[in-house]
Design a protein around this ligand. Structure first.
Ligand code: SAM
Length: 466
């Protein structure tokens, strides 16, 4: 386990400009006195007073100009001092009202903002649209696990997280397989994130001293090519059941494989008596694949090829149409709720076109022999699991290179959700206000599918379009 720890404390020049202003133990005690407050155990308040460490922890974020840095629980600002740098945007989320005036007076300038909020309730949709997001936090131990689940979820825009955690939790997250720390959390978080244990922190670097040691970990989002295309919900269900009684043999925990267990374990190259912790992450993914082989992209589907007047000429395979830039048909559906917010879906990272980008509520090709309204209803059922509400035409786009040579019929409709997005098709989805989407699209157009950006131009700015 020790070999996994990476120790590096960057050189710190004590005469560097501004260094003298940064937080020491006596500064913390003085500041607490000035704020007429004291550390509260129920808020997990242990303030870092080692400036070298604060600086080296922040260095792990690899901050670049244009980054949007989000700090969870800034406290008195030990890390924040090093995060508040030009050409970045800083968002601070602190639950303790007593610390808010200090944080506002010191850090709320330019595009920075300080939220007096519980980070568990914070609306992640606020974080989209301001550049690449990096999250940092010396987390309150009592809610570290749900905070990680939230800020590493599909709705989180974070590309990297640098977190200080209770040592035990950090070891579980970064555990190697076939160790006692390896478990459901290691596997479920590690599926989408590269997790690295960076360094241990002794209790003595905090005021007041916690009863446990801490550790810093980094999570960096895995590139698409390294995330195997399997259904995450099936993977998680198998893993959680497999580890629910970790001393038991896996075959007793996963009855659905009972009849084929010998064959499956032979294919994985493991004995049939295997237990959950003995399967590597890649073997767990293979098991999940066995449970539900991922549907290959639909190269064998057939669509109608149409002329410049949208008249059907013949039908062709999807791949033939795309390779030869033949005109064909597609539908986009925009669902607005009663508040006028628009449901956007984030396309699956395994889509062959526009993977991982934000798009209309649902969208898809018109199948051969189908008409536009039938395709719209089918896609709403397949992608969002809903019966189509009454659909109204919104706009129609003619084929161009940038929209993939598609005639696109866009519809709008009223729907309040909830939706059951198809896991292999859709990463996540959420309602956003149209004004938020417009600002976001203006500042970060690369987050959206090119067709959605065109459709957005046709949504009336003053109406809900529904
Ligand atoms: N970052 C500071 C440092 O390193 O010295 C403070 C770290 S302290 C371990 C945890 C901080 O999280 C405290 O400031 C505490 O008030 C704040 N906190 C506790 N629960 C929180 C929550 N649910 N949402 C946001 N902040 C929270």
């Amino acid at each position: 386990m020790l070999s996994q720890w990476v120790i590096h404390i960057p050189f710190v020049n004590r005469r560097e400009k501004g260094y003298e202003d940064r937080m020491t133990l006596s500064d913390i005690q003085r500041l607490l006195g000035e704020l007429d407050t004291h550390p509260t155990r129920s808020l997990g308040q242990n303030f870092l007073h080692d400036q070298n460490l604060a600086r080296s922890i922040v260095a792990l974020l690899d901050i670049q100009p244009g980054d949007h840095i989000v700090e969870i629980g800034p406290g008195l600002g030990a890390l924040t001092e090093f995060l508040d740098i030009p050409e970045t945007r800083l968002t601070l989320i602190e639950k303790d009202s007593r610390l808010i005036p200090h944080l506002r007076s010191k850090f709320e300038h330019g595009t920075n903002s300080v939220f007096h909020a519980d980070a568990l309730d914070f609306d992640l949709r606020e974080l989209w649209g301001h550049g690449p997001v990096k999250v940092i936090g010396n987390l309150p131990y009592y809610i570290s696990t749900p905070l990680i689940a939230k800020y590493a979820s599909a709705l989180s825009p974070a590309s990297a997280l640098v977190l200080t955690l209770q040592l035990e939790l950090a070891q579980r997250l970064g555990a190697a397989h076939d160790t006692s720390d390896y478990g459901a959390m290691t596997l479920c978080t590690g599926r989408r994130w590269d997790i690295r244990l960076e360094r241990k922190l002794p209790a003595s670097v905090f005021f007041p001293r916690p009863k446990v040691d801490s550790a810093v970990i980094t999570l960096r989002r895995k590139p698409r090519a390294r995330v195997r295309a399997i259904d995450d919900s099936i993977f998680e269900s198998l893993v959680r059941r497999g580890f629910s009684e970790r001393r038991k043999q896996l075959r007793n925990m996963l009855p659905e494989f009972k009849n084929d267990w010998e064959k499956i374990t032979a294919a994985l190259g493991v004995p049939p008596t295997i237990r959950a912790e003995q399967l590597s992450p890649a073997q767990w993914e293979s098991l999940a694949f066995t449970a539900s082989p991922a549907t290959a992209q639909h190269g064998a589907e057939r669509f109608d090829v149409v002329d410049e007047e949208d008249r059907v000429l013949r039908s062709e395979f999807r791949d033939v149409i795309h390779v030869n830039n033949l005109r064909h048909r597609a539908v986009h559906m925009l669902l607005f709720n009663a508040a006028g917010d628009l449901y956007l879906q984030k396309r699956s990272i395994w889509k062959d076109r526009n993977p991982g980008l934000w798009d209309s509520s649902a969208a898809g090709h018109v199948d051969s022999g189908e008409d536009y309204p039938t395709a719209a209803r089918r896609e709403l059922q397949e992608e969002l699991g809903i019966e189509a509400p009454p659909l109204l035409p919104l706009t129609r786009l003619t084929p161009t290179e940038s929209n993939g040579w598609e005639f696109i019929q866009a519809y709008h409709a009223r729907h309040e959700g909830p939706f059951q997005p198809a896991t292999m098709e859709v990463e996540t989805g959420a309602f956003f206000s149209v004004s938020k989407i417009r600002h976001w699209a203006a500042s970060n157009p690369a987050d959206f599918s090119p067709v959605f950006l065109k459709i957005l131009e046709h949504i009336p700015s003053t109406s809900t379009a529904s």
